[in-house]
Design a protein around this ligand. Structure first.
Ligand code: GSH
Length: 193
């Protein structure tokens, strides 16, 4: 298998891809792109990621951008290891659902949370949207009884919301989900600030 080169900054959405790589012990080489120092806007990196963002990976001569696309790529590449639901199954649709929910719907609100003027509204929207997904979290795992990469994805997102102060404390079943996965997930979680 080709080597995965992971372009990342620990204080970024690369938490998604880095945590997956760590948790499943996937061989990879990290290249730090320090966005606070502007590494992401340098010509060399713009040749890799046309928007100068992280994360990105290079694999077998191809660059893949967008954390969601990288997640799905890894999910297929390491399907057995990650217990990835098969294409065309309802469980696979659950994977798409959570990914799009986090990357499209919820993230819009998270971005508003960085602006002090809209933070309160963002927090209440995060609570409302996440709360609505609660009934889909059957437990003890996202897919019911079977641990899979969906647990890693949901745990990582919720941990990020905690880190940025937008996690709605006391919201079930997410509190219980987090607590029951802390021990397994924390060592792999690549979250900084
Ligand atoms: N939708 C993209 C968003 C990537 C993104 O915006 N990354 C941020 C860090 S969290 C970044 O690189 N920002 C630097 C910039 O836009 O200049 C993904 O999920 O990969």
């Amino acid at each position: 298998m080709s080597e995965i080169i992971h372009y990342q900054d620990p204080q970024s959405r690369a938490v998604r891809t880095q945590t997956l790589l760590n948790f499943y012990d996937i061989p990879h080489k990290n290249v730090l792109i320090d966005i606070r120092k502007g590494d992401n806007k340098k010509d060399d990196y713009l040749k890799i990621h046309p928007h100068g963002r992280v994360p990105a990976i290079a694999y077998d001569g191809q660059v893949i951008i967008e954390s969601g696309a990288i997640t799905l790529f890894l999910a297929d590449l390491y399907a057995d290891k990650m217990n990835t639901p098969k294409v065309g199954t309802p469980e696979r649709a659950v994977l798409y659902e959570w990914l799009f929910f986090f990357h499209a719907s919820l993230e819009q609100q998270a971005m508003q949370g960085f602006n002090p003027e809209t933070k309160e509204k963002a927090a209440s929207e995060v609570r409302r949207l996440l709360g609505g997904m609660g009934s889909r979290l059957k437990g003890p795992h996202v897919l019911g009884n079977q641990f899979s990469l969906l647990d890693v994805i949901v745990y990582t997102e919720l941990a990020w919301y905690k880190a940025i102060g937008l996690y709605p404390e006391g919201l079930e079943p997410f509190d219980t989900f987090m607590k029951s996965h802390d021990e397994r997930m924390k060592p792999a979680l690549s979250l900084k600030g």
